[in-house]
Design a protein around this ligand. Sequence first.
Ligand code: CTP
Length: 398
Amino acid sequence: MLNGRKIVVGVTGGIASYKSIEIVSRLKKAGASVRVIMTESATKFVTPLPFREISGGPVVTSMWGEPTNWNIEHIALANWADLFLIAPATANIIGKIANGIADDMLSTTIMATKAPVVLAPAMNSNMYANPIVKQNIQKLTNLGYSFIQPSYGMLACGVEGQGRLPDPVFIIDTLASLYGKTNVLCGKKVVITAGGTREPIDPVRYIGNRSSGKMGYAIADQAAKMGAQVVLISGPSNLSIPNGVELIKVETALQMKDIVLSQFSDADIVIKAAAVADYRVQNAANHKIKKSEDTLTLILEKNPDILLELGKRKTHQFLVGFAAETQNLLSNATEKLTRKNLDMIVANDVSLPGAGFNTDTNIVKLLYRTGQTEELPQMSKTSLAKIILDKISAQIQK
Ligand code: CTP
């Protein structure tokens, strides 16, 4: 399931460093390409030789060695990797990454990469329980780093507690479940729209909607983590750009249409999570409208339906729409699925608490062109993003 992944394994210095040899070996057997970076202290526990033999490539141990080629090595590896695993991860490397310290090859490469980073801490249980270590782990988790919890058991220092590096098989299985089975999206071009459009009334006013972009950004973030080439076309949003995602900003529905169509022909999957304004103001004023009369009449004209247009042009693309409804959810969503020639539609009743616009959670039903329907419980938009992409992966594999 990790077949074809490009994984950099960082080995830091601990009694468990020798287990990393088995980890590298198992990753290779799973079909991954592996490069190894060892910290200086790791080389005190185990030599680079077995890593070189098993990974089939040079092992990087220092920033100051004579480079084998003139690529700046930490940038080259940071760009090459589509996944980083640090196992074992000492309290020291966790602390360095959490605090922006880049003073050796491993910490520098980690700082330069956009690939997801998974850390498997291993240390004395008191160190692991130390509030500073806990805070560093929490900080990194909030920033999107993943952790594989250490196991309980007898530690090298003779005490029993949580701090052992888990079995290499468990580490590989966890990696595969986090990043492996998503392999089907690896290298696929996924175009995602997010946020609401703004339709100008005059230079200072617009008609907008309550969409925050959270759902679309969560899908973009997850798709990038799954190895896809992601283009995110977003209406105005305050959300930060997910790692590894190309962001194209737009304001109006017409701008969104132009960009989406220009990205469509070589896209493999298109997910339209944006809340596109159905109407725009006819003859928006070039100057600020002054208040004079008691009433102001705006004439609205229909915007093109971008998704409908994509449905007409579709050749090989897997097309996913969203349906924001406040009544007759299933029948309205089914009608949109058919009329817009979609492969799947994510239907949400935006009137439910915990669903729809500007919330962190969503409650949806997934409808497929086959007529199949799946009802999902309330969950975070991040979790839902992963499920949507897993379902798409399963569909395009059929
Ligand atoms: N959509 C689009 N272009 C539009 C309007 C909607 O591409 N001008 C897309 C949305 O991104 C979404 C899907 O169509 O994926 C459904 O949007 P929704 O607002 O639920 O439905 P509409 O088709 O606009 O119909 P209505 O507003 O009447 O419910």
